[in-house]
Design a protein around this ligand. Structure first.
Ligand code: NAD
Length: 277
């Protein structure tokens, strides 16, 4: 079975570099999908309160024979539950649904700067970490100005920022900011959410030359950039394919070809204006 490398976070803990995302997997299909992923060798599961499938993830954890400390569970605070007190209550609800005592990583899902609650929310995250209820704390969809505010008004630097990132939108500037501040970058929508990147001619040409699939080439690109990556699929063959990316290398020519896919265009929402709660 594939062994997944780990990266070290700024709190000294380690995190599997490749994990399994469960966005848009219906609750009643989630246990089977996560169980399939665990059997294929995935150890990090990425869910969110907003995905409404934490119970399915919890059922797969409960049904698994794997020791709890071999699993890495990430969930994210629902946008409507930002603010100190609501964060505390929402965290408890997640833990009940997941059926676990300690969470590996909790993320603020979106900064929602127009509501100005993410600093108070972060203070709740710091408290939950200090109390030992969460091992690592991070954010998602944050831009540099949001980190600057946290840095001015709170104590703990987020361990991770989970952001939209794929060859079409490679986020060079934000990655450089993360690197300068000791924050790991985690790619969401790493395959471009099925919106054309895997059919791109440059990706297909590298895949053909390497004898790999377009998805494997794109996931290998994330791995070689030193990113955390959490592809999603419910198809067992693709779940297995997406983790099988540790036996080949992209060379400089391959990377130059993949760089041609960059259009600077997102497939998802802009965190500076996204306001859905
Ligand atoms: P993704 O880029 O992982 O794409 C998933 C889609 O790609 C699948 O539905 C399928 O259509 C296709 N696919 C998967 N494997 C394939 C393969 N081997 N061959 C061909 N097609 C394949 O998109 P995603 O699910 O949006 O992102 C991954 C994870 O990131 C999510 O499940 C979730 O955990 C996280 N996420 C987080 C945020 C956030 O705001 N923090 C937003 C979106 C997603």
């Amino acid at each position: 079975m594939t062994t997944i490398p780990h990266l070290t976070m700024n709190d000294g803990r380690t995190i599997p570099q490749l994990g399994f995302g469960v966005f848009q997997i219906p609750q009643d299909e989630t246990q089977v999908a996560v169980t399939t992923a665990l059997q294929a060798g995935y150890r990090l599961i990425d869910t969110a309160q907003g995905y409404q499938n934490e119970e399915g993830v919890g059922a797969a954890i409960a049904a698994s024979d794997l020791p709890r400390d071999e699993l890495f569970i990430t969930t994210k605070l629902a946008n409507r539950d930002q603010g100190y007190d609501k964060t505390m209550a929402a965290f408890d609800a997640s833990m009940t649904k997941l059926g676990i005592d300690v969470l590996d990583l909790f993320l603020v899902h979106w900064p929602l700067p127009m509501f100005d609650q993410y600093v108070d929310t972060w203070r709740a995250f710091e408290k939950l970490q200090a109390d030992g209820r969460i091992l690592s704390i991070g954010v998602s969809n944050f831009e540099s100005e949001h980190f600057e505010r946290l840095s001015a008004e709170t104590s703990v630097v987020p361990a991770v920022n989970q952001i939209e990132l794929h060859p079409q939108f490679p986020q060079a500037e934000l990655r450089a900011y993360h690197e300068a501040h000791g924050i790991l970058t985690e790619s969401w929508g790493p395959l471009g959410q099925g919106k054309g990147i895997l059919e791109n001619e440059h990706i297909k040409s590298v895949a053909q030359a390497k004898g790999k699939t377009p998805a494997q080439v794109v996931l290998r690109w994330h791995v070689q950039l030193g990113l955390l990556v959490i592809p999603k699929s419910v198809t067992p063959a693709r779940i297995a394919e997406n983790i099988d990316v540790f036996d080949f290398e992209l060379d400089d020519d391959d990377l130059a070809t993949i760089a041609k896919v960059d259009t600077g265009v997102r497939v998802g929402a802009d965190p500076r204006t996204f306001d859905r709660r």
